[in-house]
Write a protein that binds this ligand. Structure first.
Ligand SMILES: C[S@@+](CC[C@H](N)C(=O)[O-])C[C@H]1O[C@@H](n2cnc3c(N)ncnc32)[C@H](O)[C@@H]1O
Length: 309
């Protein structure tokens, strides 16, 4: 297999900065997001971190900032713990996907280049005139690409993180889709219940595995009475001999059956690896709307949601 450009660069950095016995500690992977590189550095070579960062910039001048990831993606906002190690002192950058520009601030919001294919895959599924709800939109990538590449009537783009909302507003303006994308800063379930999003959507995106099954009843409540498509993202463990597609299919089928929904799974695919034997999967499923008694019980729900993390 051919080595990636980033891997070759890191090998060169190791040769230049580290003595042979320490080279094994330099991680083999580097994410480049806009003009920011993110790497992990083993504590054994921590004393060389600034030199490592500076050498990355010298070898690849399109990189202007190097950040070290010091903890996993975590918390409600799904952010990375990052430490500055070289270059300009900032954590924001501009990323480009399919001709659109997006401002992200990696300290405060979620972004991964590994969802890029998925963003466009979903945009291509949207049919003219659809109303779409993106329940966990981050800085608006799915929403804005749908507005640019499909002909939706409207995309409601919800995120609970005020900083993600602020950047999403900027990105909507930057990509000139103000007439299509409505940004909302709120909990997704509360937004559906209290901002007139009940029975309005033809398609719902749920790109947050931690909440996807838990918030499924609210997604169903937002579908038109004729039903529509839901794209649910899930994390599954793939043990030897198990099929991750079967696991994802089982989880969604159980959840929808319990709610008495008629449904048809139209596609299941692996989106990306998210850890050792842990995969992110997406299930595209057509669903009928919620039955009236369940809708009423959700609509009469007075308390804000409690989060399972
Ligand atoms: C995995 S990220 C979304 C990624 C984004 N769709 C993209 O394509 O880059 C999940 C997002 O859900 C948001 N979030 C977490 N809990 C939420 C909730 N209860 N309601 C709405 N958004 C929420 C987080 O702030 C985060 O931006």
């Amino acid at each position: 297999m051919r080595k990636s450009r980033n891997k070759r660069l890191l090998e060169k950095v190791a040769e230049l900065v580290l003595p042979p016995h320490e080279r094994k500690y330099l991680m083999k992977r580097m994410d480049v997001i806009g003009d920011i590189a993110i790497i992990k550095i083993d504590p054994a070579i921590e004393h060389k971190k600034h030199e490592i960062g500076k050498t990355i910039i010298e070898l690849q001048p399109s990189i202007r900032v190097v950040l070290r990831q010091v903890g996993p993606t975590s918390g409600v906002y799904r952010t990375k713990q990052l430490e500055w190690i070289a270059g300009e002192k900032r954590t924001w950058t501009i990323v480009r996907e399919y001709g659109c520009a997006f401002k992200v601030d990696l300290k405060y919001v979620f972004y991964t280049p590994r969802l890029s294919y998925e963003h466009m895959r979903i945009a291509k599924l949207v049919r003219p005139g659809e109303v779409v709800i993106n329940m966990f939109s981050g800085v608006g990538l799915f929403s804005i690409l749908i507005a640019k590449y499909a002909l939706p009537k409207r995309v409601y783009s919800i995120d609970i993180n005020p900083k993600a909302y602020e950047l999403m507003v900027e990105n909507i303006r930057m990509n000139k889709v103000q007439d299509k994308v409505i940004p909302i800063c709120d909990d997704a379930a509360d937004a559906i219940l209290r901002r007139g999003l009940v029975y309005v959507a033809d398609r719902i995106l749920m790109p947050l595995p931690a909440l996807a099954l838990y918030y499924l009843p609210f997604a169903l409540l937002a579908l038109t009475r004729n039903g529509g498509y839901i794209h649910t993202y899930l994390h599954v463990f793939s043990r030897k001999g198990s099929n991750p597609k079967d696991i994802a299919k089982y989880a969604i089928s159980q959840a929808l059956s319990c709610l008495g929904i008629r449904f048809k799974i139209v596609n299941i695919r692996k989106v990306r690896s998210v850890g050792v034997r842990q995969l992110q999967m997406v299930v595209d499923v057509w669903c009928s709307g919620l039955k009236d008694d369940l809708s009423l019980s959700l609509l009469s729900k007075g308390e804000p949601n409690t989060y399972p993390y």
